[in-house]
Unconditional design. Structure first.
Length: 187
């Protein structure tokens, strides 16, 4: 891939129990396009992934959440998993970190269960999006318009359902970040 994201800094916010492939594959795609990616976590040194039905690998934390500044980053990636967003949404600093990307209109890419963070940050009202199907009612109750598609883009927010959708998710995420400005709503 060309270096179309050279000079772009991407925050990847995770806690223990993130779905590993939802971090590794999008990160690899971003890195291949020249972006600088940082794993940010409430954990200070390392964070542990989840690999389908068991614990996965351990990853180095590049920046502890307490030191991370949203203004330093150009975009945000939120991998899913069940344990990860459930833990993060109870962390006030993590919720505010996510909210800052929306208030400054920076691109955000969220997959699977990570959209729980967007509910907690109160940024889904009026947005068209998708997620893992079990979150449909939660997102609708928070004011979102939910659809069952592999990927949806709405004003800089790229959302996707599950690991099988990662190729489409990566393509839209890279396009949205490369544009640098939230695009008008489109699917």
């Amino acid at each position: 891939m060309e270096a179309r994201l050279k000079g772009i800094r991407i925050a990847i916010l995770v806690a223990d129990g993130f779905e590993q492939v939802e971090l590794t594959e999008p990160r690899k795609a971003l890195d291949m396009c020249g972006a600088t990616t940082h794993i940010i976590s409430p954990n200070k040194d390392s964070v542990k992934g989840w690999n389908h039905i068991e614990w996965g690998e351990t990853f180095k934390v590049d920046v502890p959440l307490e030191q991370a500044r949203p203004g330093y980053y150009d975009a945000l990636l939120l991998p899913g998993g069940i344990l990860n967003p459930d833990s993060l949404r109870m962390n006030t600093r993590a919720v505010e970190f996510v909210r800052c990307f929306f208030t400054t209109q920076k691109p955000v890419a969220a997959i699977c269960h990570s959209l729980q963070m967007l509910i907690e940050a109160e940024v889904v009202k009026g947005r068209l999006l998708t997620s893992y199907p079990s979150l449909r009612k939660d997102l609708e109750n928070a004011g979102a318009r939910w659809v069952d598609r592999e990927v949806v883009v709405d004003r800089g927010l790229v959302s996707s359902r599950k690991p099988d959708d990662i190729p489409a998710f990566n393509q839209k995420m890279i396009k949205e970040i490369a544009e640098g400005v939230p695009s008008k709503q489109h699917a």
